[in-house]
Write a protein that binds this ligand. Structure first.
Ligand code: UD1
Length: 385
């Protein structure tokens, strides 16, 4: 059976790596990879391919940055002839980025079945571009692989048939476990001059947090305040780096550093590769983030996580993990951080099935289901009907 996987943005790379490795173990699966090029900087893409042993893409669409409509449309326009030529038996998409939605719509209209990995998550906030991507992708996908029970409930409420939904665990945690012995050897903490278990890590890149200068300024002030208590390191997404530069020193009381983190103040560094970033998070005392994946990784690593948003689409990280959704009010962020720092560090916590074997389950289900499709020829010919 021929399976095409589509990736484009940084979190996609972390999710697809264990799936591709698992597909390679099965001689009956011909696995091909398309990279849309939504993320293209060496430290946002190439480094992840190398560290996570992702084979070079069979097809690169080189779409790059742009508005939502531009990026989505460009992926569709460039992907359509590729899928028409390859005619796979199934398309695999992961997560909730623009490339995920664009690839799904393109494949479904060519009558290629779509498997969505990390389906059913809902923030119930339609101002979030990813929420739109999630809703639309799930509405038309054929196989919906979910990371938590709540996601199944969301899908059932939206009218998705129960027999299309599979609770399999979390491929992000597969990568974390698969590369544990590699990231445990990272020297990033020493390179940045950070004391073991006595520093914080920040990531921020949601448009709602970084595109408005007032919101961003308030968040940076709150984090600077925390950075008076312990070093805080901030690997900075390019979108956020641009926005911080545009603040032009207009935020008073903000101390931003960019070399070593062992003096007071927020230390902004370039985006880190996967291995260094996991190592940095694993030894942190506290994490501040608006990313989805980091809420999950912090839970399994037993690191308290303050989510700087009004909601999370990953509630299991709160009920079974170390996550607390604290919003974006500076006073609340500082208060919650102090509370965490005065409380003993929690133990690592694993939501159900987050055991490092999600990819194995997904590929087993896909192989089983695709084998049952009448007239499967291995080159997707049935899709011409
Ligand atoms: C995208 C995803 C988001 C995901 C995030 C992970 C969508 C709607 N958003 O957000 O869900 O959490 O990726 O990082 O798909 N840029 C570079 N170099 C790059 C990539 C981007 O400089 O390699 C800059 C460009 O100025 C670009 C901006 O970052 O315009 C935003 O990139 P984009 O892919 O549009 O969205 P992200 O904020 O990265």
């Amino acid at each position: 059976m021929k399976i095409v996987s589509v990736v484009g943005a940084r979190p996609n790379f972390v999710k697809i790596s264990p799936l591709l490795a698992e597909m390679r173990r099965h001689p009956d699966v011909c696995s091909l990879l398309v990279n849309t090029g939504q993320h293209y900087d060496a430290n946002m893409a190439d480094q992840f391919f190398q560290e996570l042993q992702i084979p070079q893409a069979d097809v690169s669409l080189e779409v790059g940055s742009g508005s939502h409509a531009y990026q989505t449309a460009e992926v569709m326009r460039r992907l359509e002839p590729v899928l028409d030529r390859l005619r796979p038996d199934a398309l695999v998409v992961v997560g909730d980025v623009n490339s995920t939605l664009a690839a799904t719509v393109t494949a479904v209209k060519l009558r290629i079945p779509v498997a969505h990995v990390e389906a059913g998550l809902r923030s119930f906030d339609r101002a979030m571009p990813e929420e739109i991507n999630r809703l639309l992708t799930d509405a038309i996908s054929d196989y919906l692989f979910v990371t938590e029970e709540g996601a199944r409930q969301n899908l059932l409420r939206e009218g998705v048939a129960d027999d299309k939904i599979f609770f399999v665990g979390n491929v992000m945690i597969d990568s974390l476990e698969r590369y544990r012995s590699s990231w445990e050897h990272s020297r990033i903490r020493a390179q940045l001059g950070l004391p073991e278990s006595a520093y914080g890590v920040v990531t921020l890149h949601r448009p709602s947090n970084v595109d408005d200068p007032i919101v961003l300024g308030d968040l940076l002030k709150a984090l600077s305040e925390v950075a008076r208590q312990l070093p805080v390191v901030f690997p900075c997404h390019p979108r956020t780096r641009t926005r911080i530069a545009q603040l032009n020193g207009s935020v008073s009381g903000l101390e931003l550093r960019s070399d070593r983190a062992d003096t007071p103040g927020l230390c902004c560094v370039d985006p880190l590769g996967y291995l260094d970033f996991m190592a940095l998070v694993a030894s942190a005392r506290i994490v501040f983030t608006d990313s989805g994946g980091l809420q999950e990784e912090a839970a399994v690593l037993g690191v308290p996580c303050l989510t700087l948003r009004e909601n999370t689409e990953r509630p299991v990280t709160v009920t079974h993990g170390t996550n607390r959704v604290v919003g974006t009010s500076p006073a609340r962020i500082v208060q919650e951080a102090i509370r965490v720092l005065q409380t003993p560090a929690p133990s690592p916590s694993r939501p159900p099935l987050w055991d490092g074997n999600a990819s194995e389950r997904i590929v087993a289900i896909l192989r089983d289901r695709l084998r049952r499709v009448p007239g499967l020829t291995g080159d997707g010919q049935r899709n011409h009907t």
